[in-house]
Write a protein that binds this ligand. Structure first.
Ligand code: PLP
Length: 379
């Protein structure tokens, strides 16, 4: 039997009836845009994260773009981020008119290096007239970046911190003496609800989380054509609203998120036990962080060999991400070259994502680990 990389069908089975009942309500009211489910989801997700405001938007990319604009990023500014991420992190920065500036990642966690950010800011040689305006740490694969230290640096240089929490629904960080949710620590946190995420819609959706009422109000305007009232527009904004049907799916799935994340954590522990002593690097979780294990990413210089063996055995796997952003044609205008971010480049050459979803059975986890082990033994 093949082993799926993710299993959305199994997930849907658990929530299908609840969602269909909610869809019926939406159809009866024909409230496809701005229906009550959007506000209800915003309120529940804000409660879950422990923030004052959540603003539902059309995608994670919308969330990043609107949060950055609302945090003041625009033409003439730089926004610092890591090259080891999905392209949308940089796209959103470009879309504000600001310039993305990359800082390499920490070799253990693959999240942005705080020392690297510090060094860049201390050097003070900036690429734009205004210099840096914000930092976008990416909680890669569900592991929170070093938010406590990053917040200190940001405060020192008066920068906004816009968390890319698009892979980190339910991850936690110990910060300033308490555990907080990823996305609830910086100036704003940005989420994607792309279907395969830990909290995924049945289409496109995203959200911005923040304690800052002014920022929340601006994101609220920007997502809806800068609208103050039906035909009165404060500024030119975007059509970046959350779809009501997606909000209904998210309401149902949010109720299961903790349980699903607990199962992901148990699977991660099992992988770690089964792969102990095997020549692969398993993901680490520094003290004070709790990953939500969106992806379970191992590292090996023999990654391609393992990938082939898993594929031959009918086991779904992936590479997140084979090309770091500074080497993407889409970022060519920034002028970076191969060798500029050696840690990210090494990670991109060695990472391999194993199946990870809450409906994976212990037997399947065992089969995946055995296949990895056998592939390496055969060398
Ligand atoms: C790290 C990261 N940032 C941003 C995004 C963009 O989210 P969306 O696809 O919802 O626009 C994603 C989505 O995969 C992501 O993984």
């Amino acid at each position: 039997m093949p082993i799926k990389f993710m299993d959305l069908a199994a997930q849907n089975q658990e929530i299908r009836r609840r969602v269909e009942a909610e869809f019926e309500r939406i159809h009866s009211a024909t409230a496809y845009v701005g229906g009550p489910q959007v506000a209800e989801f915003e309120q529940r997700f804000a409660g879950y994260l422990g923030v004052r405001h959540v603003i539902g938007v059309g995608s994670g990319t919308d969330a990043l773009r609107l949060a950055l604009i609302a945090a003041g990023a625009g033409p003439g500014d730089e926004v610092i981020t890591a090259p080891m991420t999905f392209v949308a992190t940089a796209e959103a920065i470009f879309q504000t008119g600001a310039v993305p500036v990359f800082v390499d990642v920490d070799p253990d966690t693959a999240t942005i290096s705080v020392e690297g950010v510090n060094r860049y800011l201390e050097r003070g040689e900036f690429h734009t007239p205004n210099g840096p305006r914000a930092i976008v740490p990416v909680h890669l694969y569900g592991l929170p970046a070093a938010m406590g230290a990053l917040r200190e640096v940001a405060n020192r240089y008066n920068l906004a911190v816009v968390e890319d929490a698009c892979q980190a629904h339910g991850a936690r960080i110990h910060c300033a003496g308490e555990w907080k949710r990823a996305g609830a620590v910086g100036t704003a946190g940005c989420f994607s609800f792309y279907p395969g995420k830990n909290l995924g819609a049945w289409g496109e959706a995203g959200a911005v989380a923040t304690d800052d009422s002014q920022l929340a109000a601006r994101v609220g305007l920007l997502r809806d054509h800068g609208r103050l009232s039906h035909y009165l527009h404060q500024e030119c904004g975007y059509n970046a609203r959350m779809d009501t049907l997606q909000a209904a799916v998210l309401l149902a799935k949010l109720e299961r998120l903790e349980e699903w994340n607990a199962r992901r954590r148990a699977i991660a522990r099992r992988y770690q036990e089964l792969l102990a002593g095997c020549a692969v690097q398993t993901p680490m979780e520094p003290e004070g962080t709790q990953s939500c294990h969106h992806l379970y990413v191992i590292r090996s210089p023999r990654r391609d060999r393992i990938f082939e063996a898993l594929s031959r055995a009918g086991i779904g796997c992936g590479i997140h991400y084979p090309v770091p952003l500074h080497l993407q044609p889409a970022c060519g205008a920034l002028g970076y070259r191969s060798g500029d971010f050696p840690v990210s480049e090494r990670i991109a050459d060695t990472v391999l994502s194993l199946p990870m979803h809450p409906h994976l059975t212990d037997r399947e986890v065992g089969k995946v680990a055995d296949t990895v082990r056998t592939a390496l033994d055969a060398l």
